[in-house]
Ligand binder design. Structure first.
Ligand SMILES: Nc1nc2c(c(=O)[nH]1)N[C@H]1C(S)=C(S)[C@@H](COP(=O)(O)OP(=O)(O)OC[C@H]3O[C@@H](n4cnc5c(=O)[nH]c(N)nc54)[C@H](O)[C@@H]3O)O[C@H]1N2
Ligand SMILES: Nc1nc2c(c(=O)[nH]1)N[C@H]1C(S)=C(S)[C@@H](COP(=O)(O)OP(=O)(O)OC[C@H]3O[C@@H](n4cnc5c(=O)[nH]c(N)nc54)[C@H](O)[C@@H]3O)O[C@H]1N2
Ligand code: SF4
Ligand SMILES: [Mo]
Length: 708
C-alpha cells in the first residue's frame, strides 16, 4: 500500500506532462488519487499518487495504484460494434441508435412493454444510476429493471431497512472505529477487499480493542483478530443465537435502551429460551467456550461495532443473518452513540449510491418505493409524466435472467455489469442470453456478456466520466473527469439520452452535463430517505464530500445515524427472533464438501478490468481452490495441480492451493475468472425469499484431480 506522496519530477530523464485528480473506480472506499502522465526517454509512463481524503486518509491499495492500466488499455472499446454473421463490425453511432430503435420498437410491439429489460450496476455514478431508472420507466415504460447490487447489498439493505427504517452502509463514521472497545468482523475480508480501511482497525487494536472475526477461512483480516471463529459456511444466524443466549444469561442486556429505543425484545427472549448452546456449537462448528468468550467480550464492552459483508449476506437466509447481528447490537444498546453502530461494508465503488436512486426493481429515487402512491406521484411530478404511466415493481436480477430464459423478456440492455459471470448458475444465464431477440451491452471492453451481444456500445471510464459516487459511509463525493473520451466513446448518461431521443422521449432526457442530471436527482430525492437535496457540485468541490441525508443546502449532512431515534414512524428499532437457518444445499456422499466463493486482493469482481491490468494480472493470473491438506490427501490432490470441482449444476477447472487456513469440510474459489474458471458455473441459484440474494457463499461440491 502506498501512503506517502512522492513526485518523480526530480527523477532523471522523467518529465511530468500533466496531472489529474481522480478517484479509484473499484471498491466502496473511493480513495482519491492523482494520476501523473509523464515522459521518460521518449515514452509515456504513468505515476499514481494518493490524495489525502477522510475515508482512505491518503492511502491507496494495489488495485487503485494500477487502475489506469485498464482504462488506458488497447482493448478499450472505441466505437459501437454490431454483430454480423457472428462477428463484430464497427458501426456508426447513428446506425447503432437506429438499430436500437428498430429492435426495441419491434420487441415492444411483438411481446409488450415489459419484454424489455434493463440491467445496471454499482460502478455507475449516482447520475447514471438515477438516469437508468428513469430511462427504464419513462423511455421504455418497462417494469423490468434491476442491477448487480442485488447480489451484493440486498440482504444488508433489506435487514437495515426493516430493523432501523433506513439503509446506509455504515451508520457511523469510519473515524469512530479506532475508539471502539469491541469489534465483530463477520464474513468480511476487509484487509483484501477494502485494504485502505485496515489501519482503522489496527488503530483500534492499538487502543486496546478486542476484535472477533467470523470466517470459515483464515485471511489477512482474521489475522488481526483476538478471536477467530472458524465457522461452518452458512451458519452465522445460528451462531448469533448462541451469542445472544449468553448475553441474556449473563445480564449484558441494556434494559434502558431496549425499553426506550426498541420493540420486539420479549419475543426474542422467548425464542432464545429454547436455544441450546451445545446444539449451536454442534451445527456451527464453534465451541461453547468460544461462543461464551465472544459474547462476554462483546456484552461487557461499553462500546462496540458489528461489521458484516458478503460472507454473512450472500446466503439464502442472508437477510436473517444480518437481522440477528443487528439484534446483538440492539439488545446491548450499541447503536446511535460514538463508537457504537452497524456497518454493512458496501462493495462496489458506488454500491451505496447505486442502491438509492431507482435502478432496483421496487424503487424510485431517494430510496422511495415504486409501490407507494405518494412516492409515485411525487416522482411522476418531478419527471413530468402521468403517475399512471409509471410502471409497477419488477423482479430481481436473477429472476430477470429466469424470465429471459423463459422468453418472457426478449430484449435486454446491460450497463455496467457482466451478468454471465456474476450470476449464479451461469449455464442458465448463457442459454437465456442466447435466446434474446436483442442484447445491447454498454461497456468499456468486450466482456464475456458482451461477446453474446448483438450490439456493443463503448462507454467512458473513471478517467473520463465526471459524476458523484457515494462511499460506504454514505459520503457523497465528486469525481472529476481527467481526460477526454478516447475514439467515439460516450458517457453512459449521454448514451441513455441519445437512445431516449431516438425513441421519441428526448424531452425527458435533455441533459447537457452530469451536473444537470444531479440537480434533477437532488429534487427527485428531496424528502426521501436518501435525501441529497442539500448537496450540490459546488459544495462537493468546496467541502470534499457530504453525508446524506442532507435535506437543505445549509445542512451539514448527517455523519452518525440514530442518535436520538430510528427512522421508523415510532422512532423505535425492531428486534426480531431469528431461527437457526441452514444453507439450502447440504453436503452428501456424492458432493461431500462445501464450496464458498469470494475475492482476492488483486482482482475486482468478474475481472474484466483487473485481468487487463498487467501489474495485477501478474500477481494472480488464474483461479485456484483453497483446500485443507487432510482433504487434499483424502481426494488424492497434489498442491498446485489442476483439479476439477463439480456440483449438481456443472464443473470448473482450477489450480489447487493446499492450505490449513481453510476448514477441512470447505473449499474456497475466487470469482474473478471466466469461462472454464467461472465459479458461477457451479454455484447454487436458490434465492433468499426476502431480498432475493443468491446463496453464493454455500453449495455442495466434489473435487478430483484432473486426469488428462
Ligand atoms: N480485492 C477486491 N476487493 C473488492 C472486490 C473485489 O472483487 N476484489 N469487490 C468489492 C465488492 S463488489 C464487494 S461486495 C466486497 C466484498 O467484500 P467481502 O464480503 O469482504 O469479500 P468476500 O471475499 O466475498 O467474502 C468475505 C469473507 O466471507 C467469508 N465467508 C464465506 N462464507 C462465509 C460464511 O458462511 N460465514 C462467514 N462469516 N464468512 C464467510 C469468506 O471466506 C471471505 O473471507 O469487496 C469489494 N472489494
Ligand atoms: N460466486 C460469486 N458470485 C458473485 C459474488 C461472489 O461473492 N461470489 N459477488 C457478487 C457481487 S457482490 C457483485 S457486486 C457482482 C458483480 O458482478 P458484475 O456486475 O458482473 O461486476 P463487474 O465485474 O464489475 O462487471 C462490470 C462490467 O461493467 C464494466 N464497467 C465498469 N465500469 C463501467 C461503467 O462506468 N459503465 C459501464 N457501462 N460499464 C462499466 C466492466 O468493464 C465490466 O464488464 O458479482 C456477484 N457475483
Ligand atoms: S480498490 Fe478500494 S481500497 Fe483500493 S484504492 Fe480502490 S477504492 Fe481504495
Ligand atoms: Mo459486491
Amino acid at each position: 500500500m502506498v501512503t506517502s506522496k512522492h513526485t518523480l519530477s526530480e527523477a532523471p530523464h522523467t518529465k511530468p506532462v500533466q496531472a489529474f485528480e481522480t478517484q479509484c473506480p473499484f471498491c466502496s472506499v473511493q480513495c482519491k488519487m492523482e494520476l501523473i502522465e509523464q515522459e521518460a526517454m521518449g515514452r509515456k509512463t504513468h505515476l499514481v499518487n494518493p490524495i489525502e481524503n477522510p475515508a482512505s486518509e491518503g492511502r491507496l491499495c494495489v488495485k487503485g495504484m494500477n487502475a489506469h492500466q485498464h482504462a488506458l488499455h488497447r482493448d478499450r472499446l472505441l466505437y459501437p460494434m454490431v454483430k454480423v454473421n457472428g462477428k463484430f463490425e464497427r458501426i456508426s453511432w447513428e446506425k447503432a441508435l437506429d438499430l436500437i430503435k428498430e429492435k426495441f420498437t419491434q420487441i415492444q410491439q411483438e411481446d409488450g412493454l415489459d419484454a424489455l429489460g434493463v440491467y445496471g450496476g454499482g460502478s455507475l455514478t449516482n447520475e447514471e444510476a438515477y438516469l437508468l431508472g428513469k430511462f427504464a420507466r419513462v423511455a421504455l415504460k418497462t417494469r423490468h429493471i434491476d442491477y448487480n447490487g442485488r447480489f451484493c447489498m440486498s440482504a444488508a439493505a433489506s435487514a437495515a431497512n426493516k430493523a432501523f427504517g433506513v439503509d446506509r452502509g455504515l451508520t457511523n463514521q469510519l473515524s469512530e472505529i479506532p475508539f471502539t472497545e469491541c469489534i465483530i468482523l463477520a464474513g468480511t475480508n476487509v484487509a483484501e477487499c477494502q485494504p485502505t480501511l485496515l489501519p482503522y482497525f489496527t488503530r483500534a487494536k492499538e487502543n486496546g480493542a478486542y476484535v472477533i472475526a467470523i470466517d470459515p477461512r483464515e485471511t489477512a483480516t482474521t489475522q488481526l483478530a483476538d478471536l477467530h471463529l472458524k465457522i461452518k459456511p452458512g451458519m452465522d444466524a445460528a451462531l448469533v443465537n448462541g451469542l445472544l443466549k449468553v448475553i441474556l444469561e449473563e445480564g449484558y442486556v441494556d434494559q434502558t435502551f431496549v425499553e426506550e429505543r426498541t420493540k420486539g425484545f420479549k419475543e426474542l427472549e422467548e425464542h432464545l429460551s429454547s436455544v441450546d448452546l451445545d446444539h449451536i456449537a454442534d451445527i456451527t462448528g464453534i465451541s461453547v467456550q468460544h461462543i461464551r468468550e465472544a459474547a462476554t467480550r462483546f456484552g461487557r464492552a461499553k462500546t462496540g461495532m458489528v461489521f458484516t459483508a458478503r460472507g454473512v449476506e450472500q446466503q439464502t437466509h442472508g437477510y436473517m443473518g444480518v437481522r440477528n447481528f443487528i439484534n446483538l447490537l440492539l439488545v446491548t444498546g450499541k447503536m446511535g452513540k460514538a463508537g457504537c453502530g452497524y456497518g454493512a461494508i458496501t462493495g462496489q465503488g458506488n454500491g451505496q449510491g447505486g442502491r438509492e436512486h431507482g435502478q432496483k426493481a421496487d424503487q424510485l429515487p431517494g430510496y422511495r418505493s415504486i409501490e407507494n402512491p405518494e412516492h409515485r406521484s411525487y416522482i411522476a411530478r418531478v419527471w413530468g409524466i402521468d403517475e399512471q404511466d409509471l410502471p409497477g415493481q419488477g423482479v430481481s436480477a436473477y429472476e430477470m435472467m429466469v424470465k429471459i430464459h423463459r422468453r418472457e423478456i426478449t430484449g435486454l440492455l446491460v450497463m455496467g455489469s457482466n451478468p454471465l459471470v456474476s450470476n449464479p448458475n451461469a449455464n442458465l444465464i448463457e442459454e437465456g442470453l442466447k435466446k434474446l431477440k436483442f442484447l445491447v451491452v454498454i461497456d468499456l471492453f468486450v466482456s464475456e456478456t458482451a461477446r453474446l451481444a448483438d450490439l456493443i456500445l463503448p462507454t467512458s471510464s473513471y478517467l473520463e466520466d465526471e459524476g458523484t459516487m457515494t462511499n460506504l459511509e454514505g459520503r457523497v463525493t465528486l469525481r472529476p473527469a481527467s481526460r477526454p473520451c478516447p475514439g467515439e466513446v460516450k458517457h453512459d448518461w449521454q448514451i441513455l439520452c441519445e437512445i431516449a431521443r431516438v425513441l421519441g422521449k428526448g424531452k425527458f432526457f435533455s441533459f447537457g452535463s452530469a451536473e444537470e442530471i444531479f440537480d434533477e436527482l437532488r429534487l427527485a430525492s428531496r424528502g426521501g430517505v436518501a435525501d441529497y437535496y442539500g448537496i450540490t457540485y459546488e459544495r462537493l468541490k468546496r467541502e470534499g464530500g457530504v453525508y446524506w441525508p442532507c435535506p437543505s443546502p445549509d445542512h451539514p449532512g448527517q455523519a452518525r445515524l440514530f442518535e436520538h431515534s430510528f427512522a421508523h414512524p415510532d422512532g423505535k428499532a425492531e428486534i426480531m427472533p431469528v431461527n437457526n437457518h441452514f444453507p439450502n444445499e447440504q453436503v452428501n456422499d456424492d458432493f461431500p464438501l462445501y464450496l464458498t466463493t469470494g475475492r482476492v486482493m488483486t482482482h475486482y469482481l468478474t475481472g474484466v478490468q483487473t485481468r487487463r491490468s498487467h501489474s495485477l494480472a501478474a500477481r494472480n493470473f488464474e483461479s485456484f481452490a483453497e483446500i485443507h491438506p487432510k482433504t487434499a490427501k483424502k481426494y488424492g490432490i497434489e498442491d498446485q495441480t489442476l483439479i476439477r470441482l463439480e456440483s449438481r449444476r456443472g464443473s470448473i477447472i482450477v489450480r489447487s492451493k493446499i492450505t490449513s487456513e481453510i476448514r477441512e469440510d470447505t473449499v474456497f474459489v475466487p470469482m474473478h475468472w471466466a469461462d472454464l474458471q467461472n465459479v458461477n458455473l457451479i454455484t447454487l441459484d436458490a434465492l433468499d425469499p426476502i431480498c432475493k440474494m443468491p446463496g453464493f457463499k454455500v453449495c455442495a461440491v466434489k473435487i478430483s484431480p484432473l486426469v488428462i
